[in-house]
Design a protein around this ligand. Structure first.
Ligand SMILES: Nc1ncnc2c1ncn2[C@@H]1O[C@H](COP(=O)(O)OP(=O)(O)OP(=O)(O)O)[C@@H](O)[C@H]1O
Length: 352
């Protein structure tokens, strides 16, 4: 466990308590889902068409940073077509046999949700794309010359894959998905609606200003909006009259070190390391991760996308670079030789 997993209100991981809370607030239908209008419309067409044909919908790949609603969408898909949902994740499928065991339990029309699908092992990926294409796989039993392939027929089913890194999926697997959606960060107005909806479900009094304050500090992410709401609720109940308003929201979020732009300790640590320890970069991702005592993946998948979106950090072929806006946000003087101007910005998955 790292410093940031322990108690950060906006950390990527979810505790059991968080998961129960999230489950209570999860939209159940596409109509209840707020934002992601294009994805909603496209997906609704895919599902309606499949229902009309009486067939399983195409396989669906959802990509985007954590907390934007990939699991929620998978649950909605299963709900809208009245199909059972089976949940698993890439890290749980390390051998082809793990996947074969799951596939052998599939019944017709099931939705199989694979979270973090980019973290499956290569042999399992190969087995999966055969199953997605042909609804049939050969399960190899035994080793060496005595090995035999036993065919396993699988009834039609739908895979919903979720990934924070679509670029890491091998082409043949990506090509098996008939519908791919890239989820983007939410606009403040959408987050405000999400906060209002959650407050209603939790029976909380909330003012317009209070909701706006929370939405504005939620890093474009519904999961964070709901978590911040929970912290402000605690504050309002203990130190106020229970109403979530601008004053309680500001005081609570300052207490939890969430700044007005929504940056948390990890985001600020990354920016500080970049600016103070490495003179603004360029610096390699691994070095940056070590400097903030965090996993490479967490820095890359949790902190960076939002910092890039805010225009504070650029991913360049030579490493990560702080922009002048980052120095300004930290209240540091922008160095005269700020490197960003000389580098071509590249937001792709580049390492160093
Ligand atoms: N569009 C939305 N409208 C309302 N609430 C949402 C929306 N998207 C997500 N949420 C809420 O945010 C929480 C997190 O969503 P979800 O678990 O689906 O994210 P995720 O993208 O699967 O994240 P991860 O990849 O980290 O598991 C859920 O509790 C859900 O209530």
């Amino acid at each position: 466990m790292t410093e940031f997993d322990r108690d950060d209100v906006v950390a990527a991981g979810a505790s059991l308590d968080d998961r129960e809370f999230e489950a209570a607030l999860r939209p159940r239908t596409l109509n209840e889902l707020i934002g992601q209008d294009r994805v909603r419309e496209q997906l609704s067409l895919v599902l309606e068409a499949a229902l009309a044909r009486g067939a399983s919908p195409d396989h669906v790949l959802l990509s985007g940073p954590p907390g934007l609603g990939k699991t929620t969408l998978a649950m909605i898909i299963a709900h809208q077509i009245s199909a059972p949902l089976r949940l698993t994740s890439g890290p749980a499928i390390q051998h082809a046999g793990d996947l074969a065991a799951i596939l052998s339990g599939i019944t017709e029309g099931d939705v199989l949700f694979i979270d973090e699908i980019h973290r499956m092992s290569r042999p399992a990926e190969e087995l999966l794309y055969m199953a997605m294409e042909d609804f049939r796989v050969d399960v190899v039993v035994g080793k060496g010359p005595g090995a035999t392939a036993i065919p396993l027929e699988i009834p039609p089913f739908t895979v919903v894959g979720a990934t924070t890194r679509a670029g890491l999926l091998p082409g043949p697997l990506r090509d098996r998905f008939g519908f791919t959606a890239q989820l983007d960060f939410y606009e403040p107005a959408e987050l405000h609606s999400i906060v209002d909806r959650s407050a209603r479900l939790l029976d909380l009094r909330i003012t317009d200003d209070g909701g706006r304050e929370i939405a504005g500090r939620s890093r474009g992410t519904p999961r964070i909006a709901n978590r911040l709401l929970r912290r402000v609720r605690d504050y309002a109940q203990v130190r106020g009259d229970g109403t979530v308003d601008e004053t309680s929201a500001r005081a609570a979020l300052e207490l939890y070190e969430v700044d007005p732009l929504g940056l948390d300790r990890l985001d600020r640590a990354v920016l500080h390391a970049l600016c103070s320890s490495f003179g603004g970069g360029p610096v390699g991702l691994s070095t940056l991760a070590v400097a903030v005592a965090e996993e490479r993946e967490t820095v890359e998948e949790v902190a960076e996308p939002f910092l890039v979106r805010l225009g504070f950090l650029a991913r360049t072929p030579r490493g990560r670079v702080a922009t002048p806006a980052a120095w300004e946000h930290l209240g540091l003087p922008v160095p005269a030789t700020s490197t960003t101007g000389q580098l071509s910005l590249d937001t792709g998955d580049v390492e160093p």
